[in-house]
Design a binder for this molecule. Structure first.
Ligand SMILES: Cc1ncc(COP(=O)(O)O)c(C=O)c1O
Length: 420
């Protein structure tokens, strides 16, 4: 049923039905939250094994002391294998990759890139594929970096626009990318997009891509999406210094209590360490070693992620199936993603309805990520995008969340169609 083809009378009937269902849902006093991409307890329980491991007594004695600013070789090697880079290109950080991204931007603003002019000597701009990760945009906003929206399509960011902008504006210093199972669209960048990012001409010689590979091993299917190796392509194109790649074990082991890393060229590694050495003497090598003991190898990481997949895939399926059953593929009021990995489903509702859906859900006890959040400055001009994070919520709460959400989508959209 396409809502846009219904008569006013038919719309009224649907509206009245939805309003009655909505009122009944509100009266239940539900309290459900599908706002943030957090692992659920069952996923985290898997990692409890890390706290009971044998072998910690074999940790090299030197790890107990200061030193090794770039981290322990065992974990550097494991991250290097996961990302397809050389160990010498990896610096381990603390528990948060977002922290490394923040530090990298702050460093470049204040000290410039590899001894160049500090970014803050003039107005710096960043390209932001949208919808994207709200915390990336919050960092830019915090530092007063102007953000330019780049529409995402099925293969990644619109590269015609990216190429044209970076070729002509030397105040564009950076670009955010979540290249695999993008937050929140689930898109994995195609080979062609990655190649164009690696080879494009940039007016700013200190332009950097912030390649946030947060979901590198976070598959929802048995097969992993293929993502081209941007560091390799940049080297081939003579742009070896173009990329800072980030990842962490936040959603492999414990969220917010894992190990993070940055992978980048030899020049950038040297530059980063020259500043990092003023920040800290070393990160937590004991925790890095415990992670190494637990994670062991890429194959083992994949085996751990398969266990997590078995827990969270049914949650994604429950939502997507409920949307298909209750909204339908050709309703004209909503479409949604069915991602191969990552932590999010994007629900796109009829233009002008996302904020209304968010508010209706809130009043019925369902917390969503605020409408607009996946856009710089919280501004979604279409007011159509909602981000759904299915992982944290219990299966029974997810049934309630989906029922409320579907009811609110129908209610908000019929309301709007009746107004128009
Ligand atoms: C794209 C992306 N990057 C980074 C993070 C946070 O990573 P960390 O816990 O390593 O700071 C998240 C968390 O949701 C994310 O979605």
């Amino acid at each position: 049923m396409n809502f846009k083809q219904l008569s006013k009378e038919e719309l009224h009937q649907i509206y009245n039905r939805q309003k009655a269902e909505y009122d009944s849902l509100v009266s239940q006093g539900y309290k459900v939250d599908i706002a943030r991409g957090k692992p659920c307890n069952e996923q985290l329980d898997i990692t409890d094994a890390m706290l009971k491991l044998e072998g910690i007594e074999n940790m090299p004695k030197s790890y107990r002391n200061y030193g090794m600013l770039d981290g322990i070789p065992e974990m550097k090697k494991l991250f290097a294998q996961i990302l397809g880079v050389d160990s010498s290109e990896v610096i381990l950080g603390g528990s948060s990759s977002l922290n490394l991204m923040y530090d990298t931007i702050q460093r470049n603003l204040q000290f410039g890139v590899c001894g160049g002019t500090p970014w803050n000597k003039s107005a710096a701009k960043f390209l932001c594929p949208v919808p994207g990760y709200d915390r990336h945009f919050a960092i830019c906003e915090h530092f007063g970096i102007e953000m330019i929206n780049i529409p995402m399509d099925a293969e990644g960011p619109n590269m015609d626009l990216v190429e044209q902008l970076v070729a002509n504006d030397d105040s564009i210093k950076g670009m955010w990318c979540v290249p695999k199972y993008s937050n929140p669209t689930g898109v994995t960048y195609s080979d062609r997009v990655v190649e164009r990012l690696a080879t494009m001409k940039t007016k700013a010689s200190d332009f950097r891509i912030f390649w946030d590979n947060a979901y590198v091993v976070h598959d929802l299917l048995d097969e992993t999406d293929h993502l081209a190796n941007i560091m390799e392509l940049c080297k081939k194109a003579g742009n070896a210094d173009r990329v800072y790649e980030f990842t962490s074990t936040s959603k492999i082991t414990f969220a917010g209590s894992g190990v993070s890393c940055i992978a980048t060229s030899a020049n950038n590694v040297k530059d980063i360490l020259s500043h990092m050495t003023m920040q800290t003497i070393s990160y937590n090598k004991v925790w890095q070693y415990i992670h190494y003991l637990y994670l062991k190898s890429v194959d083992n990481v994949r085996a751990i992620m398969a266990k997590q997949r078995a827990i969270i895939k049914p949650k994604f399926d429950a939502i997507v199936n409920a949307f298909a059953d209750n909204l339908g593929e050709d309703s004209g009021i909503a479409k949604w993603t069915n991602p191969n990995g990552g932590y999010f489903i994007t629900l796109t509702v009829m233009d002008g309805c996302a904020t209304r859906v968010y508010n209706l859900c809130k009043a019925a006890g369902l917390t969503l990520t605020p409408a607009g959040a996946p856009f710089p400055y919280g501004r979604d001009v279409s007011d159509g995008v909602l981000r759904i994070a299915p992982t944290f919520t219990s299966d029974s709460d997810l049934v309630v969340a989906t029922q409320i959400l579907i009811c609110c989508v129908k209610l908000a959209c019929t309301e709007k169609l009746l107004e128009d």
